[in-house]
Write a protein that binds this ligand. Sequence first.
Ligand SMILES: [Zn+2]
Length: 151
Amino acid sequence: MSTMRPEFVKFIPQALVPGVLYISEQYRTASHLCACGCGEKVVTPLSPADWQLTNLNGRVSLSPSIGNWKYTCRSHYWIRRNEIVWSNTMSAARIARIEERDLLDKARHVEQRNQAKLSLTKPHPPQSIPSDSKPPSFWARLCAAILHFLR
Ligand SMILES: [Zn+2]
């Protein structure tokens, strides 16, 4: 997706069409589907503390940029004069951090699987040791009692 078509509405519709930026000036909010195509709904409240919309002859810009960090796609782009400007300013440190976290997640996943495997096999030997050792002592005691009785 490389463009966004602005559509000025009173209410943001429930079902959004990809590539359309719905703008409700009355309710000071805008909404669109993530430009990467993942289907996530991105809501950008319009206020000095949130996003500012500029409209130049029907060509809209939103500032600041739209960073969908909470979505799995982690898209980052600007909407400038109806065009999607993709961010390639993702810092190397941030990429490293994301990769590191992915590796950590993977390591944790492997660890959890190994622990699950261990917990399937481990409990049996410790449990079987006391229950195995009990009968001999019982039989030994019984044998001793019988031998004692026979004597
Ligand atoms: Zn996305």
